[in-house]
Ligand binder design. Structure first.
Ligand code: ADE
Ligand code: ZN
Length: 328
């Protein structure tokens, strides 16, 4: 069987994907049509795809926020999440930890309780309609500073939706020291949430060290610049801190110059646990099946190797032992 067909049929789990970044061009165009006149985002799916052409990482974040801006009503948010769940199920994604950035919605008028009710309702509907199980990572948008982090933590602790499993930290890395958010991650961890910050996506290994030491990171979003520091690679391998690697994302945001120069093979050779993910799939013109194919190419994997990648995602997930064994 062709490897791409094998990948398409393989049940998969995804650990690093942002809810807004995963919205299909069709759904984004539909939301843009709902709010026409108030957005630079085109109301035509083909033009949405063209709109996703990023000069660099800051430009990507700017466009990302323009899409966030389309999510204005509870129904917008529900439609987006339900659509993402359907797209995942079509790719045989049976379980996903979806990164969601509540602050960006709360500042656009969502009340905390209503926000959690909508995302939980959409999560349950996705499971009922498609069988795909979703969990949440509440993401602090680092560029918005400590007040946004305070708000994210309060929402997590006060509302504590059933689907919430972890606290994240996203956005830019330059000028956003991970240590700024140490108290938030300490409080989240004390309450039983897991720690999954972005680090080492566009800055160096020191950022990953900070995420590990200051934020108690159990997994790292991206972490690709760990490759610059052999002692860090050893630490990640020894402590089984998984990197959520998103190869095409890194090329499209210019975090790495090309797929051929992606550090994935070096990370794997160093014994660092990795999973393969999409980050913001339609924004980067990819999907999880394609990322598995990219990883297979970079790592020279056969069917067995690709199946091992899928198992690695289940193992590194925040499912309980029972949930994991049901998927393995
Ligand atoms: N938010 C959405 N995608 C992101 C990425 N790749 N890095 C940081 N924050 C993000
Ligand atoms: Zn991300």
């Amino acid at each position: 069987m062709e490897l791409s067909r094998f990948i398409a049929g393989l049940p998969k789990a995804e650990l690093h994907v942002h809810h807004v970044g995963a919205a299909s061009p069709r759904i984004v165009a539909e939301l843009a049509a709902r709010h026409e006149g108030f957005t630079p985002v085109p109301a035509d799916p083909a033009l949405v795809e063209k709109f996703y052409d990023f000069r660099d990482f800051p430009h990507f974040l700017q466009v990302y926020l323009q899409v966030v801006d389309l999510v204005r009503t509870p129904d917008d948010l529900w439609t987006l999440i339900h659509g993402v769940g359907g797209d995942m199920a079509a790719q045989q994604v049976r379980y996903a930890e979806l990164t969601i950035t509540p602050h960006l919605h709360l500042v656009r008028g969502f009340a905390p309780k209503a926000f959690c009710e909508v995302i939980e309702d959409a999560r349950h509907r996705v499971e009922a309609d498609y069988g795909t199980v979703l969990r949440w990572c509440f993401d602090i948008p680092g560029d918005f500073g400590v007040p946004a982090a305070d708000q994210t933590l309060s929402l997590a602790l006060d509302e504590r939706p059933d689907g919430l499993v972890s606290l994240g930290l996203g956005g830019g890395e330059h000028g956003v020291p991970r240590s700024l958010f140490a108290p938030h991650f300490a409080a989240a961890r004390a309450s039983g949430l897991h720690s999954v910050p972005h680090a080492g996506e566009v800055t160096g290994a020191q950022c990953v060290w900070d995420a590990v030491r200051e934020l108690g990171a159990e997994r790292i979003a991206h972490g690709i610049h760990s490759v610059e520091d052999p002692a860090l690679l050893e630490h990640l391998a020894e402590h089984e801190i998984t990197l959520e690697v998103c190869p095409t994302s890194n090329v499209r945001t210019r975090a790495v110059p090309s797929l051929a120069e992606h550090p994935l093979p070096a990370l794997v050779s160093a014994g660092v646990p990795i999973t393969v993910n999409t980050d913001d799939p339609p924004m980067f013109g990819t999907d999880l099946n394609q990322e598995y194919a990219v990883a297979a190419e970079l790592l020279s994997l056969d069917e067995q190797g690709v199946a091992d990648l899928a198992r690695a995602a289940v193992k590194a997930s925040f499912l309980g032992a029972e949930g994991k064994s049901a998927l393995l």
